[in-house]
Ligand binder design. Structure first.
Ligand code: OFO
Length: 165
């Protein structure tokens, strides 16, 4: 059984995962609207991953006998300065998510809630990968700069990402 504090913190984060999903769905649509089909695919896969994150919190809260409280979820932006700007915003958001997961983990330790601490472990590892992926793409985008051909090649690469649940 979860403490009130832990339950409410996990529930709050579940809604943040929903925001993450909507943010990347919005980015996918924006990328599509400016002809970057590969980036649109990359962000669509990211949206799918975020829905998995959301469902992990949902299932965990249910397994602890909690009734989740959904939304409201803030509307994400739907206009972005550039592909580089989108990935910089993605890294910034993921850094924020990492800090949320760290705070949840600290709370679990403080509450001696080992079940939640172990549940959150998966997300601690996941965030390393999320931030690493974003930094790698940002690095490539900076190398490409204004080179249209390079951007198209990179967009093709982003188009190869597949969702693996
Ligand atoms: Fe992007 O890791 Fe969940 O929110």
């Amino acid at each position: 059984m979860l403490s009130k504090k832990m339950s409410s913190a996990l529930n709050k984060h579940l809604n943040i995962e929903l925001y993450s999903a909507q943010l990347y769905l919005s980015m996918s649509s924006y990328a599509n609207s400016i002809g970057l089909k590969g980036a649109a695919n990359w962000f669509m896969v990211q949206y799918q991953e975020e829905m998995v994150h959301f469902m992990k919190f949902y299932m965990y809260l249910n397994s602890q006998g909690e009734c989740v409280s959904l939304g409201p979820v803030e509307a994400p932006p739907n206009n972005f300065p550039s592909l580089l700007g989108m990935f910089e915003a993605t890294l910034k958001h993921e850094t924020f998510i990492t800090s949320c997961i760290n705070e949840l983990s600290e709370l679990a330790v403080k509450e001696k809630d080992h079940a939640s601490r172990i549940f959150l472990q998966w997300f601690v590892t996941e965030q390393i990968e999320e931030e690493e992926n974003d930094r790698e793409i940002i690095g490539k985008l900076k190398l490409v700069g204004d080179n249209g051909y390079g951007l198209l090649l990179l967009d093709n690469e982003l188009g190869t990402r597949v969702f693996t649940p």
